[in-house]
Design a protein around this ligand. Structure first.
Ligand code: UGA
Length: 421
């Protein structure tokens, strides 16, 4: 099937390339000329392991011309940004502008699908807008939220737990069955549009809640003398709870959870529904970062090697990164920071440019060289492989619990972790 994907950002590009891998004819459209030129020459403008290789192995085209891209295509996926408005709600202007253009430029049936994370009710808004813009157009609206995580996006797309499709008629469902024909049929969860839209927010809110929960349990463990690693493992072994997303840390960040929980709160507020639990997750996560700063400050040190700047491992993304908040707070209190990351240095340099007491290192051993204390703030797997014999400073505070406490202490380190022991 010919598929058009509007927006070649994170979700759009990964989805487009993966659709092509599934054997569909894919055209990706973006207004950014530079991005299109780069993509045409095989350059991937985002950091995502495996994506450049996958891109070079599939047949896919990129264009700025939406009219050409729509010609002959059965399904159009809108994957443009939904940034956060000042009040926390999702800004739908790019989504609605894309829908309007689809209406103006289409002359045959289109299934118009939102892949971007959009608030409940967006499908209905798109329907009204498209009908008003082009009353003659034969079309249907659908929602197909994406659940991929940065850093493991291709694997998440290709091996989904479920594929959620919100449809309003049987024809739309048949189109999705064709698009996702390579996956086992039972993976496809079909709902109405508004429920599909809500599923995305509910999933992200639940995961954010799970993380905040385990972070609070870590605090409790620490105070009463428990061990969060053991607690987390045993709690997670209950199949009703599940072991994933039970790793305590400095709080969740990224471009999704912080934004999506605010957006769901906004939807709730508009509909006079109280989501007190989600409200408290926001508070808990905000406090978390300051708690981490306080924890670091309790350890006497003037020069700090900060390991990790990205909001999580395997990405160069620093949006709402707890590591960046920690860097800023420590720098504000006059400490000298030697920052290291495997991919996020360039982005961090821009974000932290006002702090003259933060310097950046490509080599983690160099970052640690003059430090009194190492702070591990991002869960890059590579940090686990550090050659400890090359580290001079003997004090580490590990906000991601990457190391085995007993083992590292045996190596002569004064080791502080999250959640006791
Ligand atoms: C998240 C969701 O996991 C995806 O399913 C969803 O598609 C995506 O948002 C989105 O809405 O686009 P992502 O933001 O890439 O994916 O990152 P996650 O891997 O979910 O991590 C989010 C934050 O939680 C990171 O700061 C991470 O370090 C933190 N985290 C995660 C923990 O502190 N502990 C955990 O156990 C897991």
């Amino acid at each position: 099937m010919k598929i058009t994907v509007i927006g070649s950002g994170y979700v759009g590009l990964v989805s487009g390339v993966c659709f092509a891998k599934l054997g569909h004819e894919v055209v990706c459209v973006d207004k950014d000329e530079k991005k299109i030129v780069a993509l045409k020459s095989g350059q991937v403008p985002i950091f995502e392991p495996g994506l450049p290789e996958l891109l070079s192995s599939v047949k896919i085209s990129f264009t700025k011309n939406l009219k050409d891209a729509l010609s002959g295509s059965g399904a159009v996926f809108i994957a443009v940004g939904t940034p956060q408005d000042e009040d926390g709600s999702a800004d739908l202007s790019y989504v609605l502008a894309a829908a309007k253009e689809i209406a103006e430029l289409s002359d045959s049936y289109k299934l118009i699908v939102t892949k971007s994370t959009v608030p409940a009710g967006t499908g209905a808004k798109i329907k009204t807008l498209v009908s008003a813009t082009n009353p003659q157009l034969d079309f249907a609206v659908a929602s197909n939220p994406e659940f991929l995580r940065e850093g493991v996006a291709i694997n998440d797309f290709m091996n989904p737990d479920r594929i959620v499709v919100g449809v309003e008629d049987e024809k739309s469902q048949k189109i999705f069955e064709e698009i996702y024909a390579s996956f086992p049929r039972e993976k496809l969860v079909t709902t109405d549009i508004i429920t599909a839209e809500l599923i995305k927010y509910a999933s992200n809110s639940f995961l954010a809640t799970k993380i905040s929960f385990i972070n609070e349990m870590a605090d409790l463990c620490e105070s009463v003398g428990g061990n969060i690693k053991q607690l987390s493992k045993a709690v997670g072994l209950d199949s009703r709870i599940g072991e994933k997303f039970l790793n305590p840390g400095p709080g969740f960040g990224g471009s999704c959870f912080p934004k999506d929980i605010l957006a769901i709160l906004n939807v709730a507020k508009e509909n006079n529904v109280e989501l007190s639990l989600i409200n408290s997750v926001i508070t808990s996560n905000q406090k978390r970062k300051q708690k981490m700063v306080d924890k670091i400050r309790q350890i006497p040190a003037q020069k700090i090697a900060l390991f990790g700047l990205a909001f999580k491992g395997n990405t160069d993304d620093i949006r709402y990164s707890p590591a960046i908040t920690i860097a800023k707070e420590l720098a504000k209190s006059g400490l000298e920071i030697f920052a290291h990351d495997f991919a996020a240095i360039e982005n961090s340099r821009r974000e932290l440019s006002e702090f003259k007491n933060i310097s950046f290192f490509e080599d983690l051993y160099e970052a640690a060289n003059d430090a009194d204390l190492i702070v591990i703030a991002t869960e890059w797997e590579e940090y686990k492989k550090i050659d400890l014999s090359k580290i001079k400073t003997k004090k580490i505070i590990d906000l991601r619990n990457l190391f085995d406490a007993e083992e590292i202490r045996k190596n002569g380190f004064e080791y502080f972790c999250i959640g006791g022991k």
